[in-house]
Design a protein around this ligand. Structure first.
Ligand code: BGC
Length: 353
């Protein structure tokens, strides 16, 4: 990755904007600087435009929903137990926004911030944000840049960069929900049958993290065979869904897989109709799978609301609660002054028609 974080010395008055990127294959993605959010991803499949992402009808609805649809999540994606961690013996207390724990960066995480727009072209855009020292309890002023790039091979590459002036945990991800069979208008009655768990998913991971009913890791990295969480071969997500103790515990998939270090592709999601597949390629050590267990009531694109399981989020990230688990086999989630946080998540779409 070659971008550098632009110097943000002035803070201009920001407006909410929607940016459209297109490629030569007729693929179009839409993004907003509100939450550096991925709003839409339309690909022509056998000549018919298909929307791959869940989304809302207006930015006003994005602000109301609580599902983090397409948002950039930070400063620390996923949960930090007891909203607390230590750095060299000093304890930091964060804002708790899910019981006593912190989820997705706190009450006003990066998903709710208005980012500035830099370097916008027809193929890429960079969103920038400064998170002040102490925001949501995190130490250090963090300067963040997120670049979305649409490539000619139908990939959406998201590049994350950050610098800090004090040691701080950083875990940035994207929270898009995918339904590769198409996010389209249905009556409430029909929408019950738009179940994104009919898609197949393969994840190159031998271990996943066991969590309690609040989504807090118990500390144990389990072999994927335990509780039927094995996705090493493509599996229809709906199969034997409620038979797994791990899935019953969290009302569905809400689990993080530790990725194979040497496997270039982390995961592949395939539409139920078999016509579209999407590879997830990432430099991050883990992949969180969330099957949209609490999506019911989230405003959709057509004035209605989604049902549970309408989309699958595949969030590449550090393992949840990593600031409190230095023993886990992954790089440190702490960023120090003079280091640059630099990670990429690439979603590569293939049409099989
Ligand atoms: C979390 C879920 C949560 C969802 C929406 C996911 O990343 O793991 O537990 O319900 O985000 O907030």
């Amino acid at each position: 990755m070659s971008i550098t974080i632009p110097m943000l010395t002035v803070f201009p008055q920001l407006d909410e904007e929607i940016i459209t990127l297109t490629n030569k294959n007729g693929m179009t993605i839409k993004l907003s600087n509100y939450g550096a959010t991925w709003l839409s991803c339309v690909i022509p499949i056998a000549g018919v435009a298909r929307e791959m992402l869940l989304g809302c009808a207006s930015l006003a609805e994005y602000k109301q929903q609580t599902a983090y649809l397409g948002a950039t999540v930070g400063r620390y994606a996923n949960r930090i137990a007891n909203a607390m961690f230590n750095i060299t013996g000093k304890q930091y207390m964060l804002t708790a926004n899910q019981g006593k724990n912190q989820l997705h960066g706190g009450i006003s995480g990066f998903d709710k911030r208005l980012w500035s727009i830099q370097n916008c072209s027809s193929e890429q855009v960079t969103f920038c944000l400064v998170s002040p020292d102490g925001e949501e309890g995190f130490p250090g002023k963090l300067t963040v840049a997120v670049t979305y790039q649409l490539t000619s091979d139908n990939s959406v590459s998201i590049q994350f960069m950050a610098n800090t002036n004090k040691a701080t945990p950083v875990n940035l991800t994207n929270h898009a929900y995918f339904n590769l069979d198409g996010d389209s208008a249905h009556s409430d009655e029909e929408s019950r049958y738009c179940d994104a768990r009919l898609q197949s998913l393969q994840i190159h991971a031998d271990h996943y993290l066991l969590v309690d009913a609040d989504g807090i890791p118990t500390g144990d990295l389990m072999p994927v065979m335990q509780h039927d969480m094995d996705l090493r071969q493509p599996k229809r997500l709906i199969d034997h869904f409620w038979e797994s103790h791990a899935r019953r515990q969290t009302s569905g998939y809400d689990h993080t897989y530790l990725l194979h270090k040497k496997q270039p592709i982390a995961a592949t999601l395939t539409s139920a109709d078999g016509t579209v597949a999407m590879d997830v390629i990432t430099s991050l050590p883990a992949l969180h799978v969330y099957s949209g267990n609490f999506l019911q009531g989230t405003p959709n694109r057509w004035g209605g609301a989604y049902q549970n399981f309408a989309g699958i989020a595949l969030e590449a990230q550090f393992l949840p609660d990593s600031p409190n688990h230095p023993e886990w086999p992954q790089p440190s989630c702490f960023l120090h002054p003079h280091q640059t946080y630099q990670h990429e998540i690439c979603y590569r779409f293939h049409s099989k028609t």
